[in-house]
Design a protein around this ligand. Structure first.
Ligand SMILES: [Fe+2]
Ligand SMILES: [Fe+2]
Length: 275
């Protein structure tokens, strides 16, 4: 026995923590407690919670409409700082997205492995945020210095009542998109690392992110297929329907077909949705 709160309540507490480093510290502590209990063979309580409509966020960065966020030129140190700042913002959002899926859908009975997967993902996103923030600190541009995109929570709000929609749009579209664009970002920092020591640290951080994000997409695909099996629906058709309903816009090629395959996303899932 442990004195750990039910998992859904731990998730809600992370969502209600505003400070970035504070949020990731709590997230990692709860994930460690959960994983220790699971390693002892326990089946801890999931419980239920009332996750906030939007997660708590720090006062800075200022959140701007994507059209008002200045363009980033990767060839300059300022441009590279802006890219990393945007990545940190995405990672912090991802921490909340994974805890939100834990807290929001407890009325849908799921095997405990569902929770194991998202707790592990949330822990990894927390590590990603910290790694990128370490680089930003070294570049004298701590998270919050630059403006960031508003509207990152849109996908979560649109799918707040639909677990299959959430799985389709968040891990299987948004996180899969990360697999497409991360190799190009790694190259930008590889080119810069001779002149800028912090860029080498950015390369290492992004390699960790790239390796671990494949699993988040795979967890999405795994549990999406599980629910399709439960409802006796065709996964590909269901995926197309849900993405068209909840995701605003077409998917952007080129796709990282190899990593997408590794994550359980076959081409006939995403190509028909491409622009
Ligand atoms: Fe991440
Ligand atoms: Fe992720």
């Amino acid at each position: 026995m442990t004195d750990m709160p039910p998992l859904a309540q731990m998730a809600e507490a992370v969502l209600r923590t505003a400070d970035g480093r504070g949020k990731t510290a709590l997230s990692r502590r709860y994930a460690a407690q959960w994983q220790a209990a699971r390693a002892r063979g326990e089946t801890p309580e999931i419980g239920s919670a009332t996750p906030p409509d939007r997660p708590a966020r720090p006062d800075r960065p200022a959140l701007l409409d994507p059209r008002d966020v200045p363009r980033r030129r990767p060839g300059s140190p300022q441009g590279r700082r802006a890219i990393l700042h945007a990545v940190a913002h995405i990672e912090l959002n991802a921490v909340d997205l994974h805890w939100d899926i834990v807290a929001r859908f407890t009325d849908v009975p799921m095997p405990i492995g569902f929770y194991d997967d998202w707790v592990k993902s949330a822990d990894e996103e927390s590590k990603h945020f910290n790694l990128i923030c370490d680089v930003l600190d070294r570049m004298d541009c701590p998270y919050g210095t630059l403006p960031a995109h508003a509207g990152m929570w849109r996908a979560a709000e649109d799918t707040r009542d639909d677990l299959m929609g959430r799985l389709a749009v968040v891990p299987m579209v948004l996180e899969a998109r990360g697999l497409d664009v991360t190799p190009g970002m790694i190259e930008i920092f590889e080119r810069a690392q001779r002149d800028e020591p912090a860029a080498a640290q950015a390369v290492e951080a992004m390699r960790v992110i790239y390796a671990e994000e494949v699993h988040h997409v795979a967890y999405g695909s795994k549990w999406f297929h599980f629910l399709c099996g439960r409802h006796d629906t065709d996964p590909r058709d269901a995926f197309h329907d849900l993405v068209r309903r909840y995701f605003h816009g077409a998917l952007k090629p080129p796709f990282n077909e190899e990593k997408r395959a590794e994550a359980g996303l076959p081409p006939d899932f995403y190509w028909p949705l491409a622009e």
